[in-house]
Structures are given as structure tokens and as C-alpha cells.
Design a protein around this ligand. Structure first.
Ligand SMILES: Cc1cc2nc3c(=O)[nH]c(=O)nc-3n(C[C@H](O)[C@H](O)[C@H](O)COP(=O)(O)OP(=O)(O)OC[C@H]3O[C@@H](n4cnc5c(N)ncnc54)[C@H](O)[C@@H]3O)c2cc1C
Ligand code: SF4
Length: 545
């Protein structure tokens, strides 16, 4: 095939939503509900980079149904996959050998919530959206924001398919499609790749706290029926993480004999030798945890970053032609360990504003509407809890108890955040960590884990992990930090290879293994890694994560 590329086709909508997660789908549904109530026709489309809706969704998840109750009050009759009410909460402090029960803080009490697969909830939301006339295109990654002459966002373009590693079209070549819209909502979730460019271009974060993040690593198990207690919610803090590292685990007993287990590690960790993946594997071997998995079978694996900045890190949401919604902006309530209800609500609020904008009300603002919603109040009350853990686990717990029980979220001060990528200390000042070898029964290695994430990428395509300055991989990351990307990447994408003793090492990027967690884009100490979308449909294929 020659170098001449076919022009991109254009499709026009009133609203394009980028990302088919809870935020994007809730926004699309709300728009269509409003249009139906006003007897107006509006065309809404959702693009999703996963091969199907839900394929890239990874969450805990204990789900608070507040936003869903508002969006689809008869969700029970419509068969929403919320079938396991949370019945019991346990909160444990782990030491190497012991598990000490702690009182469950009020934010972590789950009465009235459900243990779900967020992927399955999204699949069901997509059916509801399609029933209302939303066009959903899974397998299409939005690769570029389109602007008009005045700098206003006029839609997005999906990525070309069939461009080879060398940047030239192959015989699979299919040009991307321009999705033109009056309003574009970005619902890419945590650390969205187009969102990152919008934040920079429209300076949406100037004068505000940086966003901060954690990585969550999760497995789904089928466990011995004797050890299964549907509705049980267990959270732990402490071991295997040291007191200076923020994080904790979750263990949720779902329906069907399944248990979701995961470890969340704050990306402000300091030791470049820390490996969140291996911390998680080691966590499962704790004497209080291991019995849940003995005789069971691991059926899925994956990882995803989540936002932890909360209230003080919410960026400006509006820009000409659209807005940010969901975790693209960042609404995780950290002490609750929940963000899907706030993501949905933010999508619904934005839909209401966009609907007014389409009717000619240019003064309608998503930012203002969000400030008037319960999302704002909910996040404001807990804003100081996560940043207090920079003083260490025990001081953080003490402060959080004081903030929650005495001040009741009404402290007259606000603690601030530092960007995660500035936190690593040089390897020469850090303690090496010896992780135990996986036993292949309870604990596993990275490659067998990635295998069950069903991750797949077309091999002949340009790299979707781009180094701004390739020389820094060795000059800075390797020499100063002993290449922490080898350890924080949960999929073994980054590998330092030294062809022979005495030769110069180089960084090999196994991009086909990438599970789209976005951790490298966040944690690289020089912000030298840009994660951009690969061909649509590539990446993990999570079943019910
Ligand atoms: C380990 C872990 C545990 C969690 N536990 C809980 C919990 O128990 N309860 C809870 O309420 N919340 C929990 N959360 C948080 C919750 O999952 C998020 O707040 C929620 O998923 C955010 O929804 P969203 O729609 O904004 O983004 P996402 O759920 O991330 O969805 C974004 C979607 O957009 C797609 N996308 C991204 N970029 C593009 C693009 N350029 N083109 C096309 N498609 C794109 C993605 O593939 C994805 O499908 C957890 C998160 C993690 C990581
Ligand atoms: S390459 Fe980056 S985004 Fe992909 S799995 Fe590794 S850390 Fe996550």
C-alpha cells in the first residue's frame, strides 16, 4: 500500500462521550432521558477503547447505589447486576503474623451498598443507554482532540488502524473517524490520555493542587465454598507495606463463589525498590488471608490507577466545547474507597448542563453545577484524610480519627498534596526489598498474571508508550533510581536488558503486555513517559473485573 492516506470520514453528533465507564454511560443515559422528557431529538455517541464495554473496567468493587437510584430508580426491575448486598464489614491491621481487628470507621461501613463487578454494571448501563438510542462504539480509541479555528473543542478523532511500527500504513490500514460534536465529554477515567492534553492546553489545574494517585492490583478468585461468605467486606492496612507507605487491601465476597482481592498502593511511595505487584502477592500469603484462597482458583488479574487527590485536586471542569467528567477529573472518596458513585453523579450533572448548553444557554457551567451537587459536599468533608498519611500510618490514623469523630469533617484547614512523581529517593539511599518467590498456588509471577488478563495488542503498530527523551531511560531512571518502572509496572512491560557483561544496558518496552493502568505515565520521576492510546480494541479483556 502506498503512502497516500484516505481522508477521514466525519460523523456528526450533538454530544460525543469519550469513554464507556460509569461516568460516560451515566452522562449518555441522562442526556437521552432529558431529551425524551423535553420531546427533543439529540444524537449521543460513546466511544470506548476496550474491545467491548467493560473490557477495560477494573474496580473493587463495593458500590454505593446513590447515583444509580437517581439515574434509573427502577434498576432492580430492569435487572441491574447488583445482587450481593454488603452484609458485614471487617477492618484489620496486619502485622507480619497477626491480624488485629480495628473499629470500622463510619466512611467504611457498607450497609446499603452492594458488592459488584463494575465491568458488569457498565455492560448493563450500556444496554440501558442503547435502549434509549445512544450509539456506542467499543473498539474505538479516541486518539486526538479536534479543535476549530477559535480553539474550541469540536470533537475527537479515533485512531487510525493498520499503521505499522515504522509509521507507514499496512494492508490493514483503516483511517480514523472524526466524531464532530457540539459538546464533547471526556470520561476517560483516571489519567486519561486526551484529558492530560486538555488539562495542559486549557490550564485546568493552574493554581490548584496536583492530582495524586494510587495503583490498584486485583485478582478474581473462585474459592472453596466452605470459605465463601457472600456479602463479606474485609479491608486491611499495615503489612506488607511499611508504615511510611500508604495503602491497603480489599477482599470482597461476591456471588457465584467468587472473591475479589486487591492491594492499593499510594503512588507517593518513596522507595524505588518497592514493587506493588510483589507486595500484593506477598499480602495473600499472610496467615489471616491465605486460608481464603487455599483450594481456590485464580481466574482473572489486572491493574488500574485510581485518583486520590480528592476535593483539593478537582481541576476546572469546563472548556470551550466540552467538559471533564468522572475520574478523568478525579472524584474518588479515599476513606470510602469509592469513586464510581461520584463518577456517575458527575456525568449526570454534566449531562444536565450540556443539555442546557445545547438549548442555547451558554452560561451553564459543569463546574458550578458540580459544586452544587452532593459530590462536592461528600469530598469536601473527607479532604484532609488522605494527605494526613504523609506523616505515616499511625499518625495518619490518629489524625483521621480526630478529623472524623471530633471535627466531623469541618476542619478550618486544608492539607495539600505533592505530585507523586517527585517522591522517589535515589536508589543509593533506598533499602532493597527481597520479595519471596511465588509459589504458583497463592502467589504468582507477572507473566502468568498478565496471561489471565487476556491482554492483546496488534504487534505491528507504533509504540503507545512514548519516551519524550529516550536517553533518560538509562541516564536518569537506571543510573539514579535503578529503573523503578521494572517494578511498578504490573505487567512487566519495562525491562532493562544488558546484552553482555560490560555492555551498556538498554530499556526494552514490551508494549503488547500493557494493561492500560497508566502508572508509568504518573510515576516516572522525570515525567518522561507518555501513554497514548494504542489501536482500539487492544489491551486487557477483563471478564467481570
Ligand atoms: C483497584 C480499584 C478498586 C476500586 N474500588 C472501588 C470500589 O470498591 N467502589 C467504588 O465505587 N469505586 C472503586 N474504585 C474507583 C472506581 O473504579 C472509579 O472511580 C470509576 O471506575 C471511575 O469511573 P470513570 O467512568 O470515570 O472511569 P473508568 O471506570 O476508568 O472508565 C473509563 C473508560 O474510558 C475508556 N477510555 C479511556 N480513554 C479512552 C479513549 N481515549 N478513547 C476511548 N475510550 C477511552 C476506558 O477504556 C474505560 O472503559 C476502585 C478503583 C480501583 C482501580
Ligand atoms: S506500561 Fe504503564 S500503563 Fe501499561 S501496564 Fe505498565 S505501568 Fe501500566
Amino acid at each position: 500500500m502506498g503512502e497516500e492516506r484516505a481522508p477521514r470520514e466525519q460523523m456528526e453528533y450533538d454530544v460525543v462521550v469519550v469513554g464507556g465507564g460509569p461516568a460516560g454511560l451515566a452522562a449518555a443515559i441522562r442526556l437521552k432521558q432529558l431529551a425524551a422528557a423535553a420531546e427533543r431529538e439529540i444524537a449521543v455517541c460513546v466511544v470506548e477503547k476496550g474491545s467491548e464495554i467493560g473490557a477495560h473496567i477494573l474496580s473493587g468493587a463495593v458500590f454505593e447505589p446513590r447515583a444509580l437510584n437517581e439515574l434509573i430508580p427502577d434498576w432492580r426491575e430492569r435487572g441491574a447486576p447488583l445482587v450481593t448486598p454488603a452484609t458485614e464489614d471487617r477492618f484489620l491491621l496486619l502485622t507480619r503474623t497477626r491480624a488485629v481487628p480495628l473499629p470500622t470507621p463510619p466512611q467504611m461501613r457498607n450497609h446499603g451498598n452492594f458488592i459488584i463487578s463494575l465491568g458488569n454494571l457498565c455492560r448493563w448501563l450500556a444496554e440501558q443507554a442503547e435502549g434509549l438510542g445512544v450509539e456506542i462504539y467499543p473498539g474505538f480509541a479516541a486518539a486526538e482532540v479536534l479543535y476549530d479555528d477559535t480553539g474550541r473543542v469540536r470533537g475527537v478523532a479515533t485512531g487510525d488502524m493498520g499503521i505499522g511500527k515504522n509509521g507507514q500504513p499496512t494492508d490493514r490500514y483503516q483511517p480514523g473517524v472524526e466524531l464532530i460534536a457540539q459538546q464533547t465529554l471526556f470520561a476517560e477515567g483516571c489519567r486519561g490520555s486526551l484529558t492530560k492534553t486538555l488539562v495542559e492546553r486549557f490550564r485546568l489545574r493552574d493554581g490548584l493542587d496536583p492530582q495524586t494517585y494510587a495503583i490498584g492490583i486485583k485478582e478474581l478468585w473462585e474459592v472453596d465454598p466452605q470459605r465463601h461468605q457472600p456479602g463479606l467486606v474485609v479491608h486491611t492496612i499495615g503489612w506488607p507495606l511499611d508504615a511510611a507507605t500508604y495503602g491497603g487491601s480489599f477482599l470482597y465476597h461476591l456471588e457465584g463463589g467468587q472473591v475479589a482481592v486487591g492491594l492499593v498502593v499510594g503512588l507517593d511511595y518513596r522507595n524505588p525498590y518497592l514493587s506493588p505487584f510483589e507486595e500484593f502477592q506477598r499480602f495473600k500469603t499472610h496467615p489471616a488471608i491465605r486460608p481464603y484462597f487455599e483450594g481456590g482458583r485464580r481466574i482473572s488479574y489486572g491493574a488500574r490507577a485510581l485518583n486520590e487527590g480528592g476535593f483539593q485536586s478537582i481541576p476546572r471542569l469546563d472548556f470551550p466545547g466540552g467538559a471533564l467528567i468522572g475520574c478523568a477529573a478525579g472524584y474518588v472518596n479515599v476513606p470510602k474507597i469509592k469513586g464510581s458513585h461520584t463518577a456517575m453523579k458527575s456525568g449526570m450533572v454534566a449531562a444536565e448542563v450540556v443539555f442546557r448548553r445545547l438549548a442555547g444557554d451558554d452560561s451553564a457551567e459543569v463546574g458550578r453545577a458540580l459544586r452544587e451537587s452532593w459530590v462536592w459536599d461528600e469530598l469536601r468533608r473527607v479532604r484532609n484524610i488522605r494527605p494526613s498519611f504523609r506523616w505515616g500510618l499511625y499518625a495518619g490514623l490518629a489524625y483521621s480519627a480526630f478529623d472524623t469523630y471530633v471535627l466531623r469533617g469541618a476542619a478550618p484547614w486544608t492539607l495539600h498534596h505533592h505530585p507523586d512523581y517527585t517522591r522517589l529517593v535515589p536508589a543509593s539511599e533506598a533499602r532493597r526489598i527481597d520479595y519471596p518467590r511465588p509459589d504458583g498456588k497463592i502467589s504468582f509471577d507477572r507473566l502468568s498474571s498478565v496471561f489471565i488478563s487476556n491482554t492483546n495488542h496488534e504487534e505491528d503498530q507504533p509504540a503507545h508508550l512514548r519516551l519524550r527523551d529516550p536517553a533518560k531511560a538509562i541516564a536518569v531512571n537506571y543510573r539514579l533510581y535503578d529503573s523503578p518502572e521494572q517494578r511498578y509496572c504490573p505487567a512487566g512491560v519495562y525491562e532493562i536488558v544488558q546484552p553482555a557483561a560490560g555492555t551498556e544496558p538498554y530499556l526494552q518496552i514490551n508494549a503488547q503486555n500493557c494493561v492500560h493502568c497508566k502508572t508509568c505515565d504518573i510515576k516516572d520521576p522525570e515525567q518522561n513517559i507518555d501513554w497514548v492510546v494504542p489501536e482500539g480494541g487492544g489491551g486487557p479483556n477483563y471478564p467481570n473485573m
